[in-house]
Design a protein around this ligand. Structure first.
Ligand code: ADP
Length: 162
């Protein structure tokens, strides 16, 4: 049976930390689906179309041939069942992430028995979050090296208008 893993998030915007997880997960699974949460509850700064386009730009530049994008709303475990994924992939930056993930992991296993696999954030990206990119970008600070270069202008332009 094919090992399919889902790496889900709001990716608002997709960062170099996210990309690092995708590339590392790509070598662990037969297929990785990078799934964008379309729910508006988190009030994303970037539109769904912008976020999807940026995901596709970034993934298109990698040499990973087993990674594709998807979108979902509602329960992640339901989406996983729909696409035949038996694993969820998450990145861990800190103990704060761990505590949050423990709750979700336990709930997801209760709901469907799905297994979550964690990849420790690379030391270079342990501090990096979509929120910090937005905070710095809105103030006009440099986000070079924090987001895939191919998306830098889209992000800078969008944040400048905020
Ligand atoms: P969410 O809305 O689920 O918090 P995010 O888009 O912020 O989604 O993040 C998606 C996943 O990527 C989460 O598992 C998060 O911990 C992980 N992640 C975020 N930033 C980094 C980073 N710099 N390095 C490694 N993993 C990260």
């Amino acid at each position: 049976m094919k090992r399919i893993g889902i790496y889900a998030g709001s990716f608002d915007p997709f960062t170099m930390g996210h990309l690092d997880i995708v590339e590392r997960a790509s070598s662990l699974f037969d297929e990785v689906i990078v799934a964008l949460l379309t729910n508006q509850a988190k009030r994303p700064v970037f539109t769904l179309e912008e976020r999807l386009k940026m995901l596709e730009n970034a993934i298109g530049e990698t040499s990973c041939t087993n990674v594709r994008t998807g979108t979902f709303d509602g329960l992640l475990v339901d989406y996983a069942a729909q696409v035949g994924a038996r694993f969820l992939i998450r990145g861990l930056r800190s103990a704060v992430d761990f505590e949050y993930e423990r709750q979700i992991d336990t709930m997801n296993r209760r709901l469907s028995g799905i297994e979550t696999v964690y990849l420790l954030a690379d030391a270079k990206y342990g501090f990096l979050s979509s929120s910090i990119v937005k905070e710095v970008g809105i103030m006009g600070g440099s986000i070079d090296g924090l987001v895939p270069e191919i998306n830098r202008n889209i992000i800078v332009e969008r944040l400048r208008r905020k």
